[in-house]
Design a binder for this molecule. Structure first.
Ligand SMILES: Cc1cc2nc3c(=O)[nH]c(=O)nc-3n(C[C@H](O)[C@H](O)[C@H](O)COP(=O)(O)OP(=O)(O)OC[C@H]3O[C@@H](n4cnc5c(N)ncnc54)[C@H](O)[C@@H]3O)c2cc1C
Length: 383
């Protein structure tokens, strides 16, 4: 059964695109994902195929090599990738294509021409490197530095938990470029992975999303040209926040779609599994749990729709509502996933059942792209 999105949100072009994404998932992701999970990596050929299918840099204008879609096309990808258990193993990698949008939005014309077409062709992979060993939620504690030396920036420091760390060709790196306190001294600099002094660290092994590569990178007097500065000096936080808001609607949508899939897998399971002479579904406890899940998902979807309709009306995402969505939807997902695993019994703990992968992937959604606690801080500020 396909994901039950809110049909009225989408134009015909998004629905046609949805079919493309579904086909791509069925033919290129689902048959291969187990191998990627095993290797902890998605091969380069995947990105070329994704580009061919038109699902990279979907909102990049045609003149820069993109398909010329809009932000809603990204949300269609989020729904479809969220809905498939295969997506649960690799979604952060595919969603990392959001770096194209961040780069495009903040880059000058020369940078756009230099990077964007190759990114959209799937030939150039970018990572976004914000988190450091001593600075995660507290971005103002970032210690990596970039010092100006003539026509170059000299970069030192290290980053951790970076998606695509071992595969990306270049990174947008958040560094301190001045003594200005907190986030004011932060800038974003593009660092290509073949610069002397750039090092990839060890791969980090995760409880879930195992096909998505996560690791460490470090910079030892890495020199890049002055023109690798993205946007204005000191505006690093603003550049990242633009992308962060995008994440704060994308990941709640993924959380919702994954919940729906987990629910459907569970209904199917409990209607077939028998205990004490009846199906698990026949127990009132099971029906009550499923009723709660169905209701929570409907409530969550209504709020997501409101955030998307706001965007359609105003052309921008509402910061507060995005924070609320990123706070609530992954927590709702956690309740649904936990209940679904429980209704599966021992099978729920076995990797051969999709619910197992959906469950471990879901655990991530409350942590990255801003933790649930940081979202609470943001929402509380509005009170
Ligand atoms: C699979 C994966 C992929 C990732 N990919 C990337 C990537 O591509 N690029 C990147 O830059 N980063 C990436 N991250 C890092 C991610 O963004 C951080 O893990 C996240 O921001 C949390 O930071 P932290 O891990 O340092 O936790 P901490 O900030 O140390 O937080 C620990 C706990 O303390 C809580 N806490 C912190 N501050 C407060 C507060 N003020 N009030 C109340 N509670 C608080 C947190 O909510 C959390 O529960 C990734 C992480 C994972 C797991």
């Amino acid at each position: 059964m396909p994901y039950q999105t809110t049909e009225s949100l989408w134009g015909p072009e998004h629905q046609i695109f949805r079919e493309t994404v579904r086909h791509f998932i069925a033919t290129e992701i689902e048959p291969n994902v187990d191998e990627w999970v095993h290797n902890h990596e998605i091969p380069r050929s995947f990105w070329l195929k994704a580009a061919e299918a038109g699902i990279l840099g979907v909102d990049i204008p045609v003149e820069y090599g993109g398909p010329g879609g809009d932000f809603l096309h990204r949300l269609v990808i989020a729904e479809e990738i969220g809905y498939t258990p295969a997506g649960a193993s690799m979604a952060p990698s595919l969603i990392a294509d959001g770096t194209t949008e961040i780069l495009f939005r903040s880059a000058n014309e020369a940078q756009r021409r230099q990077y964007i077409p190759a990114m959209v062709r799937g030939e150039l992979l970018f990572g976004l490197a914000i988190t450091e060993p001593d600075s995660g939620s507290d971005v103002s504690a970032i210690r990596s530095t970039a010092t100006r030396d003539g026509d170059e920036w000299v970069i030192n420091g290290s980053k951790t938990y970076i998606s695509q760390a071992n595969v990306a060709d270049a990174f947008m790196v958040v560094v301190r470029t001045s003594e200005a306190p907190g986030a004011k001294g932060l800038s974003v600099i593009i660092v290509e992975a073949d610069r002397p002094g750039f090092r990839r660290g060890k791969e980090l092994h995760k409880m879930g999303v195992k096909a998505s590569n996560t690791g460490e990178i470090s910079f030892d007097n890495v020199r890049v040209p002055a023109e690798n500065l993205l946007g204005e000096e000191g505006r690093g936080m603003a550049i990242c926040l633009g992308g962060v808001n995008m994440d704060r609607i994308t990941w709640p949508l993924i959380a919702h779609a994954a919940s729906q899939r987990a629910f459907e897998e569970t209904v199917e399971f409990v209607k077939n599994r028998k205990a004490f002479g009846q199906t698990i579904f026949d127990f009132q406890n099971t029906q009550f749990k499923l009723a709660e899940m169905k209701t929570e998902m409907a409530v969550g979807r209504a709020f997501l729709d409101e955030v998307i309709r706001d965007y359609q009306a105003n052309g921008k995402l509402d910061n507060l509502k995005c924070a609320m969505a990123k706070m609530w939807l992954p927590e709702m997902e956690a309740r649904v996933m936990d209940g679904c695993v429980q209704l599966h019994g021992g099978a729920g703990y076995m990797d051969e059942y999709p619910i197992s992968r959906l469950y471990t992937a879901a655990r991530l959604h409350r942590i990255f792209a801003g933790t649930a606690e940081i979202m609470r801080l943001l929402v509380a500020r509005s009170i």
